[in-house]
Design a protein around this ligand. Structure first.
Ligand code: NI
Ligand code: MN
Length: 226
């Protein structure tokens, strides 16, 4: 499995020969827009955690280019289906066996309204069980006790957690989240994009290190192999 970071919560995951994009927000991200061209991106699936603009801005353009299937909660899926896109609607607690792996839509504590005010349902995260590795994409969320359910279902190899604070959990809560999901290997996302979520990366890494954990922070366009 290869995971590439495009800024904020935007990720490209290569898994079982499939191309999965998560929360594409690139053309409007000051950190990404000059480095990544959305017309170059491959996608068989686009996973959307919630409807906020910093997670959905490029969904339609990329889905038009690629015919990707948009996977999200029921309300977000219907929003895109009405516009003619291919979708797979889910809801919290439900799993589906896709050709790339088994995906579960799990709880997040956040909000989820589209920029035009339409209903984006209730936000979520994704647990993906691949052929060899399992990952958790928390999406935008507070630290929540529900994270303790995840290790009852799945032994994670990587937790992708927001760390920017203000709109989501920050570093200290992300360390607790890493305990809750029983995974010491964390990829930090949702930081530095705007003034509200700027972090001190060295301090963040040190805090994780002191807690016996590994916080990975990727440059825009950089990848990690699992
Ligand atoms: Ni959000
Ligand atoms: Mn966000």
């Amino acid at each position: 499995m290869k995971i590439t970071f495009y800024g904020q919560n935007s990720l490209h995951i290569e898994m079982a020969g499939q191309n999965i994009l998560v929360d594409p927000f690139i053309s409007g991200n000051p950190l990404s827009k000059d480095h990544i061209n959305i017309n170059d991106l491959k996608a068989d699936y686009i996973l959307v955690t919630h409807a906020h603009q910093d997670h959905t801005l490029d969904v339609e353009a990329i889905a038009k280019n690629t015919d990707a299937v948009i996977v999200s909660n029921y309300e977000i899926a219907m929003h895109y289906q009405e516009k003619g896109f291919s979708v797979h609607p889910m809801n919290h607690g439900g799993s589906w066996q896709f050709d790339f792996g088994k995906l579960k839509y799990v709880n997040a504590i956040h909000t989820s309204t589209f920029p035009d005010g339409s209903d984006g349902g209730i936000p979520g995260g994704f647990v993906i069980e691949g052929e060899h590795k399992n990952i958790y994409i928390a999406g935008d969320t507070a630290l929540t006790m529900d994270m303790k359910l995840i290790p009852l279902w799945t032994k994670l190899d990587l937790a992708i957690l927001p760390i920017g604070d203000n709109f989501t959990m920050g570093i200290d809560d992300a360390i607790l989240a890493s305990d809750f999901v029983d995974c010491d290997k964390v990829l930090g996302v949702h930081y530095d994009t705007f003034g509200y979520i700027e972090i001190d990366s060295a301090e963040a890494k040190k805090k994780f290190y002191d807690a016996g954990k590994d916080l990975m922070l990727l440059e825009i366009g950089a990848s990690l192999e699992l």
